[in-house]
Design a protein around this ligand. Structure first.
Ligand SMILES: O=P(O)(O)OC[C@H]1O[C@H](OP(=O)(O)OP(=O)(O)O)[C@H](O)[C@@H]1O
Ligand SMILES: O=c1cc[nH]c(=O)[nH]1
Ligand SMILES: [Mg+2]
Length: 232
């Protein structure tokens, strides 16, 4: 992993060829939703594995069938809260939880409104109590304007003060990272790659498109259908 010198505690995995290959497949417009979801699960798993390298470990004694020796446990792995931001983080969380299998899980919904305000609607929030020994991992594949994660982090703060708060994503735009960092300087950000910029609709360039739609299909907006009248 590489620390990006533009901010503090912001890391990408551009030095990992395998993570970059999975990202390349996610970017490809010809990748369908099955492979897209699988790619997100894989990224969650491999990024989680990389993040364990930054976690506190403890030396333990272990008895092999032949003799006693020393081993380690990754202590912090046992105290993880994963906060999943609907929809697109669902497959990412599935990957993260393969490494952080003890994790307690919070789920929040966040719908981003249109440019230029990008107001966030957050109707559903279920987050467990956060304890001082916890590492909170907020999972959301896309950090675009940063509006969603800023709102999510404001909410998460109400549930307790953890040891560390980490964002795990796939792609980030510099604008989004700067926004989050200006409000939450101590938050650590781990993404596969930091992309160039945002377009005027708030999409990341070159990006991968709409992560939620690519993973799950485009939702139907009922307001665009003709009104149905029921007669009693
Ligand atoms: O940094 P921001 O500008 O706030 O944008 C990022 C958000 O946009 C996407 O969610 P979206 O609102 O499209 O919901 P979805 O996952 O249900 O598609 C993505 O998963 C992030 O949550
Ligand atoms: O590029 C983007 C920006 C926001 N949300 C996405 O899914 N993709
Ligand atoms: Mg979306």
């Amino acid at each position: 992993m590489i620390e990006d010198k533009r901010w503090e505690k912001v890391y990408s995995f551009e030095d990992s060829p395998f993570i970059m290959e999975i990202l390349t497949q996610l970017r490809d417009k010809n990748t369908g939703s099955i492979a897209f979801r699988k790619g997100l699960v894989k990224l969650g798993r491999y990024m989680a594995y990389e993040i364990t390298k930054t976690m506190e470990t403890e030396t333990v004694k272990v008895e092999t069938p032949l003799e006693e020796t020393e081993g380690i446990i990754v202590k912090d792995r046992r105290n993880v809260v994963i906060v999943t931001v609907l929809r697109a983080a669902i497959p990412l969380m599935e990957g993260l939880i393969k490494v952080f299998e003890h994790a307690r899980v919070g789920i929040v919904s966040a719908v981003r409104g249109k440019a230029p305000k990008f107001e966030i609607e957050m109707d559903y929030v279920k987050i467990p109590q956060i304890k001082p020994e916890d590492t909170v991992i907020v999972a959301d594949p896309m950090i675009a304007t940063g509006s969603t994660l800023t709102k999510v982090l404001e909410e998460v703060k109400k549930y307790g003060e953890p040891k560390r708060t980490i964002i795990v994503g796939v792609l980030a735009a510099p604008e989004g990272i700067t926004k989050i960092k200006s409000k939450f300087p101590d938050v650590e950000i781990f993404v596969a790659k930091i992309d160039r910029e945002l377009d005027d609709k708030g999409y990341i360039l070159p990006g991968l498109g709409d992560a939620g739609d690519r993973a799950f299909g485009e939702p139907l907006k009922l307001t665009t259908l003709p009104q149905v009248h029921y007669i009693e």
